[in-house]
Design a protein around this ligand. Structure first.
Ligand code: NIG
Ligand code: FE
Length: 408
């Protein structure tokens, strides 16, 4: 087959093809052949002439790193407003859950999101997606959960759906009305849980989300309430995610195992028994170390989780409260420095495991023949360097479905 585009003389080509024991393939002096939106050849050394025709475009990469387009598998992407006014409270030591209980936090963003029009949300979110693209991210999971009524949740999810067509980054949508109890249900969380359950069929009917997620946390939703919502969601054909063990270890991870959720997310305070539950249920641990960094909380015990044989993804958690940053490269750098993950584990966590965390591993997440040509080029001499030199954007260029969509 003839290629439209060939990237060649690639210093380091991280294909993210999975090898044994959490290793991934990294090729020296590699090439990628692309036709249309797909990869048709991956190898090392000289590019076989069978890929070349008179109008094949050649791009020489040289001493840089090429990886699959990064996947940010946990974000609260679409929201109104910002919360810099709470930042100084947090620095002075007021706990995250206390700010929420006092009507701030998620509830403050709730107000701003309800006040925003669909167009406002789209315009604001476009800016975040542009940052993400420039950081090498080509697929992003986006949760709702700042509307907290059927109509307002639909507005957020509609914004996500439209944004999928308005810019190059692909979005995977998650319904998360169980993010907090809205003020109109204050003191009646049980009733709000019933309300969320009633929303599910409508969201499904409108095809607005593939996943359902619940914030299972002390003072937010209990394990029993989470079980009610997630069981119903599963019955309706949603894939499941759960925010678990972020601040207090409640048992949300056991529920994830029991319901065979795709991911359990955060896990800063997960116990050994919780890790066992993830392993048994084949649940991916989606870790968000930039949230620990920003809230000055514990980091998830990534080494223990990895050594137990659980698959790990890394993501930003981008949201206006606990992690106001779209920077997945920074997350990778903290993944190395604070979660003590190896370079291969970090790249795996934001490529093929990120893809698995959003059930897209058949199409994206690795550079293999037949997969979509979502490719990030980083201006670094090797993969380790990218994790070592932190706080700057290393992206040189980004290809989405075979098309150049960003060039520094
Ligand atoms: O993942 N934990 C719940 N939700 C977000 C925070 C959302 C917010 O503070 O607005 C999180 O940390
Ligand atoms: Fe989150």
């Amino acid at each position: 087959m003839k290629a439209d585009l060939i990237l060649y003389d690639i210093g380091q080509l991280i294909t993210s093809r999975e090898l044994e024991e959490n290793h991934i393939e990294i090729l020296e002096n590699g090439y990628l052949a692309i036709k249309g939106d797909k990869i048709i050849g991956v190898g090392t050394g000289e590019v076989p002439t069978s890929f070349i025709q008179f109008d094949t475009k050649f791009v020489r990469i040289g001493k840089k790193v090429v990886s699959p387009g990064l996947v940010d598998s946990h974000t609260h992407l679409v929201h109104g407003g910002s919360r810099e006014h709470e930042f100084s409270m947090k620095i002075q030591g007021v706990p995250y859950l206390e700010i929420l209980a006092a009507g701030g936090g998620i509830l403050s963003t709730l107000k701003a999101t309800r006040e925003a029009s669909l167009e406002d949300l789209i315009e604001k979110t476009k800016k975040s997606l542009r940052y993400m693209l420039e950081l090498g991210v080509t697929t992003v999971e986006a949760k709702s959960g700042y509307g907290l009524s059927l109509e307002q949740e639909i507005k957020q999810l509609e914004a996500t759906k439209l944004l999928n067509h308005l810019q190059p980054v692909s979005l995977v949508s998650t319904f998360m009305a169980a993010h907090a109890t809205p003020p109109e249900f204050k003191g009646r969380t049980g009733e709000y849980v019933e309300e969320v359950i009633k929303m599910l069929p409508e969201i499904k009917k409108r095809n607005l989300a593939e996943f359902c997620d619940v914030f299972c946390e002390e003072g937010v939703f209990s394990v029993e309430e989470s079980r009610k919502i997630l069981s119903k969601a599963k019955e309706l054909g949603f894939q499941l995610k759960i925010h678990a063990d972020e601040v207090v270890s409640l048992g949300g991870v056991n529920l994830a195992g029991e319901l065979q959720a795709v991911t359990a997310e955060h896990l800063m305070v997960i116990t050994d028994e919780g890790i066992e539950a993830l392993k048994k249920g084949n649940v991916i641990a989606d870790l968000l170390p930039a949230t620990s960094f920003n809230l000055r909380h514990d980091y998830a015990p990534a080494r223990k989780i990895l050594e137990a044989g659980v698959q790990v993804a890394l993501s930003t958690d981008y949201n206006p409260g606990s992690c106001p940053s779209e920077n997945l490269q920074f997350v990778m750098q903290i993944g190395a420095a604070h979660l003590k993950m190896t370079t291969e584990e970090v790249f795996k966590a934001v490529t093929i495991n990120g893809a698995k965390a959003v059930c897209r591993e058949k199409e994206i997440g690795s550079l293999e023949v037949g997969k979509q040509a979502d490719i990030a080029v980083f201006d670094v001499p090797n993969a380790e360097y990218m994790l070592y030199h932190f706080g700057v954007n290393h992206t040189d260029s980004v290809y989405k479905a075979g098309k150049l969509v960003y060039q520094r």
